[in-house]
Design a protein around this ligand. Sequence first.
Ligand code: NDP
Ligand code: HSE
Length: 439
Amino acid sequence: MKRINVGLVGFGTVGTGVVRVLKENSRIIRDRLGCEVVLKRIADRDIERDRGVDVPGEILTTSVDDVIDDPEISIVVELIGGTTAARDIILKAFERGKHVVTANKALLSTHGREIFQSAAEKGLGIGFEASVGGGIPIIKALREGLAANRVRSIYGIINGTANYILTRMTNEGGRFEEVLKDAQARGYAEADPTYDVEGIDTAHKLAILIDLAYGTYISLDDIYTEGITRITGIDVAFAREFGYKIKLLAIAKCEDGLVEARVHPTMIPLSHPLSPVDGVFNAVHIDGDVVGPVMFYGQGAGMMPTASAVVADVIDMSRDIMKSTGSRIPPLNCTKDAVRDIRIKRIEDIEVPYYLRFSAMDRPGVLSRISGVLGTHNISISSVIQKGRRKGGAVPLVIITHNASERELRSAVEEIEKLDVVVDRTMYIRIEETGGGTA
Ligand code: NDP
Ligand code: HSE
């Protein structure tokens, strides 16, 4: 039986999962492929650490070159993360005629053009299913299942760590720092967890989805990015009171040739299809002009779900190798000539409803001063709650607006914060009432 040799670089959380799947599911993989997938070498900086899975000592190496220079290895799996060494490894692997599988969204969202072009020029495959949505086959869905559609919108919960934190804050009143530590211990978080909580990892993944949906290479600077670090238990509780949940959403919407590309904490109604997506689960809701709304759901991070996506790419690539067809699907989901720049709608130009939480003095006339400023900026109020009484002190005053322009909203907040009755920074959270897409 034919053998296809694979080399792994990075024996960390996901790398360990990949080794386990290749071992534990070797029979089913062989039956599906009609060939043997053999893990020939594993490179990592530390080859002494017990990874909880048995591998023959002789396949372990601290030298990445032992993997990429091995002429018998056809597929290199890059799972070290980061954008420097990983980029070099992938480009060198292509130079040596090897196909590559990676889960590295940070790399693809910054150097995607160079990597995809290098793969295409050499007729080699680049698999990146695990880069977005962990175990959810969203890359395959966009490039293949939805290939007949113009994508009208994408709404995604695509960071497991942030969703885990927000869920535990919502359900148990968990404290941000403690829940983040727990997510790290479970292997969900990035090496630098600020990527997770500041929305950067979500922006990396949204960039990949936008590239595939619109046949472009979007710059990360064009994605408005805001994380969840300012969200407090008070906002989570108010959200519930108004019938909303707070989620870190990745949003791409294409209207009249302009694309909105943004990542930020968002209040969504409890009836929204993304509202029940909790914990480490991710979901991506896509509205296509032909298919209408579709939604993909599954575990977005962690050892085994991510390994499922990585090994699926290895299997896909092995099929191409067996048939000697080269990669059937262009990495960006369109031909080289069809790649184009897109026009981005700036965040200041969006119009959505807002949740505003002011820290206002508990005094008669305060509400009318705040609402007066909102009125001069053409922002109309949908509901107001003031909780508690603190004569002579500050209390949270929460306002939900109707659709308002972000530009006006920011000016109004700046003006309101200068009032002597407002004592702290104002919290504002954008609301998406629909976005679930209707047929
Ligand atoms: P880990 O940090 O757990 O694993 C990375 C491993 O690679 C570590 O053992 C690390 O060693 C090693 N390494 C780093 N640099 C080098 C190098 N230059 N040469 C050799 N070995 C090196 O990361 P994950 O497994 O969590 O993530 C891997 C990739 O998968 C990343 O791109 C990540 O974004 C992506 N990903 C992760 C998911 C998850 O749930 N964890 C889900 C989806 C994607 P050391 O520890 O000494 O640095
Ligand atoms: N840190 C990422 C997350 C890993 O929490 O979603 C999966 O890409």
